[in-house]
Design a binder for this molecule. Structure first.
Ligand code: NAD
Length: 155
């Protein structure tokens, strides 16, 4: 039976996994470490993904605007779990800000991008539909445009 590898790495507060769940990966399944840009890193899903990526040895550029759709302290607490990790870089920007997004993309040069910055929820869309158009449509479009600097289809 092939040996399993546990990706417990140092993260500034001692050694060990960032999450407390057992986390083993077969060596044959392991891709080389990558540079991954994750938006929505202070959010529920984006933060959990960033933790997993850091645990397996990837570098993560986290983007979030820390909006006040819900408790901002909860978002800060999530970021605090990863902010001192040597593989983590934090960018406090709005994905709709094309100039700022382009700057960080040019600087970090991600190999993979995961867009989880979003206006989530269903009921709030009845109160504030613009928030959804703004983050989920306009923001996503600007995010894609910012990434085009990597492929050279935009400068
Ligand atoms: N939570 C779930 O169970 C679930 C299930 C299915 C799909 N999803 C989807 O996953 C995505 C993330 O959901 P979540 O639950 O993590 O939401 P969340 O609200 O916890 O996280 C979203 C994060 O994005 C940030 N953000 C929002 N707009 C931004 C902008 N314009 N620029 C930068 N940052 C911005 C917010 O500050 C927040 O930290 C959404 O698209 C959601 O629909 C979530």
């Amino acid at each position: 039976m092939p040996a399993t590898v546990s990706y417990a790495i140092a993260h500034g507060r001692g050694h060990g996994p960032l999450l407390h769940t057992p986390h083993t990966v077969e060596p044959s399944d392991r891709t080389p470490a990558m540079k991954v840009m994750v938006t929505g890193t202070a959010g529920f899903i984006g933060n959990a993904l960033a933790i997993r990526l850091l645990e397996r040895g990837d570098e993560v550029l986290g983007v979030d605007n820390l909006n006040d759709y819900y408790d901002v302290q909860l978002k800060r607490d999530r970021l605090a779990r990863i902010s001192s990790h040597p593989g983590f870089r934090d960018a406090r920007i709005d994905i709709e800000d094309l100039a700022a997004m382009t700057r960080v993309v040019k600087d970090f040069r991600p190999e993979r991008v995961v867009n989880l910055a979003a206006q989530a929820g269903v009921r709030y869309s009845l109160t504030n539909p613009h928030a959804y158009i703004s983050s989920n449509i306009q923001g996503f479009a600007e995010h894609l445009r910012s990434c085009a600097v990597i492929t050279g289809s935009r400068t």
